[in-house]
Write a protein that binds this ligand. Structure first.
Ligand code: SF4
Ligand code: SF4
Length: 276
């Protein structure tokens, strides 16, 4: 009996291994930020837009830097170097992993998706259907508005900053944006924020187009069970599944959910081969 329970638990852990790792990573980052403010820790100071790491160097959000550039303001060398480090990391190595492994808002939108599934709300019941390319327009609009208004436009309503600030310093009016975002994903559009609107998702999708870490599909192993489609928040990237072997590109966030649910060993993390 105990053996059976242990075996079931091991199977569950294996099936959710990347999900668990992602949550540890996302919550761990929040804890480090909170620790700096609450207990004086010095491992990670600042926030998701600009963090001072180990009191040695800065990591800066390159999307925020792009907006500040558009306003015409000059940034410090530390901030620019920090943005270059982050951009190069995602562009050359990790792709769009920021969205699934770092961003705290992902925990909120995943919760909405989970609840949607529990309540059996289907895509057909979306109140609003719109193109996944909308996020690229939002990205462009944010830069144009920054230039016109003279302020980093998206940063004014950035839910990542609001969530971080709310958790650490207490929620003011910012909680309305977080709740609105949750309800939007739950009731209005499936994967609405991360999958359709977020300009950071668009930014890192474009930046990470040729990154080294990608999901590799083996069409020979695939039994077309469609389990990967049922968990992927960017289903359009799975168009090669069952048809041809190769790398999953474009808006894939390297979350690894498809690998976890595939029982046929047809998906795995791999190093991108530029010849494919
Ligand atoms: S979960 Fe695996 S076997 Fe099933 S469709 Fe996806 S890649 Fe193919
Ligand atoms: S293809 Fe796999 S790794 Fe990429 S977003 Fe979909 S579930 Fe996540």
């Amino acid at each position: 009996m105990i053996g059976k329970i242990c075996w079931t638990m091991i199977k569950r852990l294996k099936r959710n291994r990347f999900l668990i790792l992602r949550r540890i990573f996302q919550a761990g980052l929040l804890l480090l930020f909170a620790g700096a403010n609450w207990w004086g820790w010095t491992l990670l100071l600042g926030n998701y837009s600009s963090a001072y790491v180990l009191q040695l160097f800065y990591l800066t959000d390159p999307h925020a830097v792009l907006q500040v550039f558009a306003t015409g303001f000059i940034m410090s060398a530390d901030a620019l170097i920090g943005a270059a480090i982050v951009l190069l990391f995602y562009a050359l190595i990790a792709g769009r992993s920021f969205c699934s492994w770092v961003c705290p808002v992902n925990m909120i939108t995943d919760l909405a998706t989970c609840l949607r599934k529990r309540l059996k709300i289907t895509k057909k019941e979306n109140y609003l259907n719109f193109s996944r390319k909308t996020r690229y327009w939002v990205l462009g609009l944010g830069i144009i508005l920054s230039a016109v208004l003279g302020v980093a436009a998206f940063e004014v309503i950035n839910p990542i900053t609001m969530l971080h600030r709310g958790i650490i310093f207490g929620f003011g009016a910012g909680w309305t944006i977080i709740v609105a975002l949750f309800l939007f994903d739950l009731l209005v559009t499936e994967y609405g924020w991360c999958g359709h609107l977020c300009p950071l998702g668009a930014f890192y999708s474009a930046a990470g187009r040729f990154s080294l870490i990608k999901i590799k599909h083996s069409a020979e192993n695939c039994t077309l069970c469609m389990k990967c489609f049922s968990v992927c928040h960017e289903k359009q990237v799975l168009q090669i599944v069952g048809k041809e072997s190769g790398f999953i590109k474009r808006e894939c966030s390297n979350c690894g959910r498809c690998i976890e649910v595939c029982d046929d060993n047809a998906l795995k993390y791999s190093i991108y081969n530029y010849k494919n």
